[in-house]
Design a binder for this molecule. Structure first.
Ligand code: KMH
Ligand code: ZN
Length: 277
């Protein structure tokens, strides 16, 4: 059982519309502000999707580069960019995200039904992401939406070797309609397939947020929370802001005697180089 808990905040995502969720951080100022608040209450890493002036998801490289710089300047958080983007994003645009040189980037291990849409991740595309991240020294977080994605991860590591930093870290994204369910039984089933020596975090979408959080903590896992994954704090109660979700996760981690890990410790754990001066 690890001594501490990595808490990642995923504040925005690509799915919620600002019109439906007015407190969703979509501008750079809103993102930096929520990042600072989340760091204060226990987050060590931020999983970033950005929006354009029209509040819609974008993978614009200039904006991504500015976002990485601003988060580095104004927080001590580990900056992880999403290469998943939105379900409509093209492969070339998703690969180009890596040119913004974040500390870490997400790397999804296969295709999955995603509500009424399809989140497409062909094998050749996954391999290209893995290789480009290693070339650039970007540490991947392998996103697992379905149990079979763990078999793909094994194949990837067998055929193409370890990632940048040498350590394997997995994030179980549970409860997406079309992916694996967000419950204890499924989390336990996934554990058997996580590579030896790897660390894992888990997040539950929507109402699976709390059961997945508690199950992950009990199983020695780390946590991802944030408005990308849930905009409801409790039955009938909307999330106030991302820091509210991080604070709850940090409280549960402390109760479990695995308090939130500072970013420096997480960098060491995941093989992420120190923040550039
Ligand atoms: N927005 C989803 C289609 C990731 O960030 O890498 C994909 C996603 C995964 O959120
Ligand atoms: Zn994401």
């Amino acid at each position: 059982m690890p001594n501490g808990t990595l808490i990642t905040v995923a504040p925005t995502g690509a799915e919620h519309a600002k019109a439906d969720v007015p407190n969703l951080p979509v501008t750079l100022a809103e993102l930096v502000s929520t990042a600072r608040d989340c760091e204060q209450v226990g987050a060590a890493m931020i999983h970033v999707h950005i929006r354009g002036d029209d509040t819609k998801p974008t993978l614009d490289l200039g904006r991504l580069t500015d976002t990485v710089a601003a988060l580095r300047e104004q927080t001590g958080l580990i900056v992880q960019l999403s290469t998943g983007g939105a379900v409509t994003d093209l492969e070339d645009d998703r690969l180009r995200v890596l040119d913004a040189l974040p500390d870490s980037a997400s790397c999804t291990m296969g295709t999955v039904n995603f509500g009424d849409d399809v989140f497409l991740n062909r094998w050749e595309f996954v391999v290209e992401l893995h290789k480009r991240m290693r070339d650039r020294g970007i540490v991947p977080e392998y996103e697992i939406f379905d149990i079979g994605h763990l078999a793909t991860l094994r194949r990837l590591l067998d055929e193409y070797g370890p990632p940048a930093g040498g350590h394997v870290h997995v994030d179980l994204v549970m409860g997406v309609p079309g992916g694996m369910p967000g419950d204890v039984e499924t989390l336990v089933a996934a554990l058997r397939l996580i590579p030896a020596g790897a660390t894992f975090s888990a997040t539950g979408i929507g109402r699976t947020s709390l059961p997945v959080m508690l199950a992950s903590l009990s199983a020695g896992g780390h946590l991802r929370v944030g408005m990308e994954d849930t905009v409801s704090y409790a039955r009938g109660q909307r999330v106030k802001d991302n820091a509210q979700l991080v604070a709850r996760a940090a409280g549960l981690a402390r109760i479990g005697q695995r308090p939130p890990m500072p970013a420096a410790e997480v960098r060491e754990l995941l093989g992420i180089r120190a923040q550039p001066a």
